[in-house]
Structures are given as structure tokens and as C-alpha cells.
Design a protein. Structure first.
Ligand code: ARG
Ligand code: ZN
Length: 453
């Protein structure tokens, strides 16, 4: 109510034992505009800042550019005024979402919400509230004891535990690690849905699929289904479009840091806001947030074994390479691009969905403090951000009907990346060399070279 005076409706929900206020988006629309001239850009910037419209793409009014897509959510009471103003300035627009609340309601619908979901029965084609994801993690561990363990990573601002799942075949070999995290941004629900799908697929297939079982001889998979637990819960219970975590600032007058602006990768330098009420508030310093620190400390500790860092977001359909804070490409840019192109091609093979591949600052927007940049900077060679479906038709409120196709196609992209790193570090399915046998083969080849010479 206090954010966009008079334009937002909170609905009091009486849930036994607690009262929660739920933000409503009745009649809000998301408009798609491609400004053509500089004058149009200026007018749009003016509209967005004076009416406090909610920019979905790009993030900041100053990043609005001629010839580039603009997605804005317009609160219901302002829809007519905004459209009239666009007409007056001869700016053409398309309605992407005609009623945001319709999609919000759809995204929360669960066929069997009240029913206990046992593991074999877990519905992967719906979005799940945090409580069900916690239960799912426990059940997945309990029913796959030979392969899965659940681990505590740290606490959130509101003191909730963050867990990751380790998928690991018992072995005394030293194994390399692939890390994947989901749910950095609260409202990007397709992301946690994908992490769960990914785990399910691996567990379903590893016995029958020789590639997966071979792969698990050399690699451990670490999957963090929801990093921003507080934000995710807030997006279910209070505001479906919440993005950040829930840290209080300025004596509780504003909430939330953008966790993907909070990492120690050129923190606070570009594409961020220092205003705590902004969607892209970068926090009070690098790793100021416990959720960021939990991930960063863990990855820092394991970094010599982690060769691939994948972080899953939505929306836009991109596979993004480092960096976001500079346009200078990383040293292994060519290889990163080659692998990402291959992944995007595999993804497209399933349903024809097209992804754009490239460095964040070049193809999307510049931003500092992302986890992807940070992971690459500390030495993890294969570091990618996925921006899953769609391209704006439903934006952050992707209908549940798209969970399955999105996860299926994304699975192909992720396994393409995994196959590549597997081949690179463990070529041709050869037996893993332990340090002992590596030493032996090295000395053998020295002897041989010496003998030939
Ligand atoms: N997950 C992305 C982020 O958090 C969203 C962005 C790209 N798409 C967009 N519509 N702005 O930065
Ligand atoms: Zn995101």
C-alpha cells in the first residue's frame, strides 16, 4: 500500500493460527514495448520513474534503449493512464500479460496440495511451497540412501536452514564436483522446479543409463534446490513477485538484498542499486547476506574440486557466460562459448525453444556481484547462468503446464555441459588415474621418452 500509493491491494488471508497479508495483482498488465527513437526512450524513462512502474526488463530506467525490448508491469489503476500516454507519444505497445493475478493464481494451483506427497508420487509438474521441498529433500535422501545425502549449508536471515543434496556413488577415488544452485531469486519458481527435476532424472536413470553411471564414477553432483529460502516462502505467502532475500534495512523500512548482486565479484560497481527498496539492491557490502556467505564459503572450501558451476534463473532463455561486470572476456571464453552453443543446440532439439548464448554484459545487461562471475573469478573454469523460459509472455509467472517441457529441454542442455566437462577431465571413459597410477604412468613415459632418445 505504501509502495505504490493506492495501487496495490493486500488481501488478508486467514490461515489457522496466522494472519498473512497477500499482495494482489488483479488487473495489472505487463506491456511489451520496443522504443524506436531517443525521444520515446526518454518518455518511457520518465513514465517508469514518475509512476514507479515495475520494470521486468531491463532492470533500471536508465538501461532502456531504442530497439531493445522493454517489459513493464503496470498496476491496474494506472493501466489506462499509461496506455493513453503511450498513444499520445505514438509509442506502440503489446499487452504481454492482460491480468497478472490470473497467472499468479494459476502458478499456485496444486492438484493435490493437501495430500501427502510420497517420493514416488511427488508431482514434478507443479510448483511446490518450501515446506514440501524440505520434505522432498528428506524423502529423496531416505529412499536413495546409497546415492544421496542431504547436507546443511547455512542459515537464512530469518533463521531457516539451507540444504543441498549430494549425489555421490561410494568410492575411494578422488572425485570432481559439479555444482548447481536454484532459487537465488524468489519469484523465479521454475528454477527450484528444475533442480528437483534434475535430481529425479539422475536418480531414475543412473542404473539403466551407462553414461550417467560412468559419469558418477568420476563426479559428485551437488544440488542446492532453494538458496533464497526466506524469499521463496515470501513469494508464496505474501508477494508472488518478490525477488530478493528478506534482510531488513533502515530500521525495517525496506527489505531485501538481491543475492545475485551481493557476491564478491567487483561488488557494487555496475547494474546495482544502493537503495534498499530497489529490486537490485546489492546489500551493505560484498557477502553481507548470510545466504551469500553460506554458498561462497562452501564453494571456496571445495573450489579445487569444483570444475563446473551452474546457477539457474528465469526468464529470457539465455545461457550466460562470465562476466557481467566487465565486457573483457574470460581467458577460456572460446571454450565456454563453444560448450554453451552445443548445450543450446541440444536444448532446441527437444521442442525448438531458442536460447541466446553469450557473455552477460554483452547480450543482456551489465551487473556486478553475480555468483557466476564470482565462481569463475575464484578459478572454477565452467561457470554459467541459465535464464530459463520464457521470453516474456508469462515472464516470472511461468504457468505450471510449462514446467515439464522446460525441465526436459533444460536437462538436455545441462547434460551436454556435463558430458563435455566429463570428457575433458576424464577422457574416453578410461579408468580414473589415482595419484599413484598417474605417477607411475608419468615415470613410465619419461623412461620411454628417454629410451627413444
Ligand atoms: N533472473 C534474471 C535476473 O535476476 C532475470 C532476468 C533477465 N530477464 C529479465 N526479464 N530481466 O537478473
Ligand atoms: Zn534471477
Amino acid at each position: 500500500m505504501w509502495r505504490f500509493s493506492g495501487t496495490i491491494f493486500w488481501l488478508a488471508m486467514l490461515i489457522p493460527g496466522k494472519l498473512s497479508l497477500k499482495l494482489q495483482y488483479n488487473g495489472d498488465q505487463v506491456l511489451h514495448i520496443v522504443p524506436e527513437t531517443f525521444q520515446q526512450v526518454q518518455h518511457l524513462q520518465h513514465l517508469c520513474s514518475t509512476l514507479l512502474l515495475d520494470l521486468w526488463k531491463p532492470w533500471l530506467p536508465e538501461d532502456i534503449q531504442a530497439g531493445e525490448d522493454l517489459h513493464i508491469r503496470v498496476p491496474a489503476p494506472l493501466v489506462q493512464e499509461v496506455k493513453d500516454s503511450l498513444d499520445q507519444h505514438m509509442i506502440s505497445y503489446k499487452v504481454l500479460i492482460s491480468d497478472v493475478q490470473d497467472l499468479v493464481v494459476q502458478s499456485m494451483a496444486g492438484e493435490r496440495r493437501s495430500q501427502r506427497q510420497v517420493p514416488g508420487d511427488y508431482v514434478y509438474t507443479e510448483y511446490h511451497p518450501m515446506e514440501e521441498i524440505y520434505q522432498w529433500m528428506t524423502q529423496i535422501q531416505n529412499s536413495n540412501r546409497e546415492l544421496v545425502t542431504q547436507h546443511y549449508l547455512g542459515m537464512t536471515v530469518e533463521n531457516r536452514p539451507i540444504y543441498y543434496l549430494q549425489i555421490s556413488q561410494p568410492s575411494d577415488k578422488t572425485k570432481k564436483i559439479i555444482w548447481m544452485d536454484c532459487g537465488i531469486h524468489a519469484r523465479e519458481w521454475i528454477s527450484p522446479a528444475f533442480c528437483q527435476w534434475f535430481v529425479k532424472e539422475i536418480l531414475q536413470n543412473y542404473k539403466s543409463d551407462p553414461k550417467t553411471s560412468r559419469f558418477l564414477q568420476n563426479w559428485d553432483l551437488y544440488v542446492l534446490p532453494v538458496l533464497n529460502v526466506d524469499g521463496y516462502i515470501y513469494s508464496w505467502e505474501n508477494d508472488r513477485l518478490w525477488r530478493k532475500n528478506r534482510s531488513p534495512h533502515m530500521n525495517g523500512t525496506c527489505y531485501g538484498t538481491d543475492l545475485n548482486r551481493n557476491f564478491n565479484s567487483s561488488w557494487g560497481t555496475i547494474g546495482v542499486s544502493y537503495n534498499c527498496s530497489s529490486q537490485t539492491f546489492c546489500g551493505s557490502g560484498p557477502e553481507s547476506e548470510p545466504e551469500t556467505r553460506a554458498v561462497a564459503q562452501f564453494i571456496e572450501r571445495k573450489k579445487s574440486d569444483i570444475l563446473c558451476y551452474l546457477t539457474i534463473h528465469s526468464y529470457g532463455q539465455y545461457i550466460l557466460t562470465p562476466y557481467g561486470y566487465t565486457t573483457t572476456p574470460p581467458s577460456n571464453n572460446e571454450e565456454l562459448m563453444y560448450v554453451a552453443e552445443k548445450a543450446a543446440a541440444a536444448l532446441m532439439g527437444k521442442y525448438g525453444t531458442s536460447y541466446e548464448v553469450g557473455s552477460t554484459s554483452l547480450i543482456l545487461y551489465s551487473n556486478s556481484g553475480s555468483s557466476r562471475d564470482w565462481a569463475h573469478m575464484i578459478g572454477i573454469p565452467f561457470s554459467y547462468t541459465f535464464e530459463l523460459r520464457d521470453k516474456g509472455t508469462h515472464g516470472f509467472v511461468l504457468p505450471p503446464a510449462q514446467i515439464q517441457p522446460t525441465c526436459e529441454e533444460t536437462m538436455l542442455a545441462v547434460t551436454t555441459i556435463i558430458d563435455y566437462v566429463d570428457q575433458k577431465y576424464f577422457p574416453d571413459g578410461a579408468v580414473t588415474l589415482t595419484s599413484g597410477s598417474l605417477g607411475l604412468s608419468l615415470s613410465l613415459s619419461i623412461v620411454l621418452t628417454w629410451a627413444v632418445a
